[in-house]
Ligand binder design. Structure first.
Ligand code: SF4
Length: 250
């Protein structure tokens, strides 16, 4: 069957997500269904929301530095920040530069430190509270949360801010290369415009009774584990209905 290109949510989108959840995907040497991986994400978000504020900051700041780098690098950076930031005074230029140099931060330690210190200034302001921030972000997720104080930091755009928020809220998604590939092959969504892809994820989530985060994680694990640069169409549960089957290209 030819792929459908939904201008709005379709029954096919929900069916495709259901089929994707049943596929098997490997990560870190562990093999689970895509659905199990996506469900684990939900638990991780809930767990992170209970973290101490300094640890939340470490992960959030690490996410703000994410710019088209392999996902694995993010977790290394987040763990390094977590280990180094035990109190707010640990978040200083010398420490952040040292960490970023050690991690080989592609965009330069000085540039990365500038963003982290600007984020620290936001989080350290007397008016800032993480719970309030996430609540407000969720209330304004559909409209983009343009008043987010982190968006005022030079070098922090919607895409990277959404990725940072997706670590703490299911109302946000992180569109990356894996999502784009699946959106193109399965749903015919062409182009690299972030807002188009993000809106598609939101509409699909609303139509299928899911959160944007759940849709994002399903597409991500499916794109990483099954519909990769070299797609495994022979073992894909969507093969009979996917117009890109066997001919998929990255
Ligand atoms: S291109 Fe292949 S692996 Fe990807 S969704 Fe279609 S059938 Fe599945």
């Amino acid at each position: 069957m030819k792929n459908e290109t939904p201008n709005g949510p379709t029954r096919w989108a929900c069916e495709a997500l259901r089929l994707m959840r049943g596929a098997e995907a490997e990560m870190g040497g562990e093999r689970r269904s895509v659905g199990a991986w996506a469900d684990r994400y939900r638990n991780e978000v809930a767990r992170r929301r209970r973290w101490p504020e300094i640890r939340k900051f470490a992960w959030f700041a690490a996410a703000l530095l994410q710019r088209q780098m392999p996902g694995e690098r993010f977790f290394r950076r987040a763990e390094a920040f977590t280990d180094a930031f035990r109190r707010r005074s640990d978040v200083n230029a010398k420490t952040v530069r040292r960490l970023l140099r050690g991690l080989g931060y592609r965009w330069g330690a000085a540039e990365g430190a500038r963003i982290v210190l600007a984020a620290r200034a936001v989080a350290a302001s007397p008016a800032f509270d993480w719970s309030d921030y996430v609540s407000r972000a969720e209330a304004e997720a559909e409209t983009g949360f343009g008043g987010d104080p982190f968006l005022a930091i030079k070098g922090v755009g919607r895409k990277v801010r959404d990725f940072a928020l997706s670590l703490f809220s299911e109302s946000y998604c992180a569109v990356d290369v894996h999502l784009r590939r699946v959106l193109r092959r399965v749903f015919g969504l062409e182009g690299r415009d972030y807002r188009t892809a993000e809106r598609f994820v939101r509409r699909t989530a609303a139509a299928c009774g899911l959160t944007p985060g759940a849709v994002d994680r399903t597409l991500w694990h499916f794109g990483r584990g099954v519909c990769g640069a070299t797609p495994r169409c022979g073992e894909c549960p969507l093969a009979e209905r996917c117009g890109s089957a066997a001919g998929g290209s990255d």
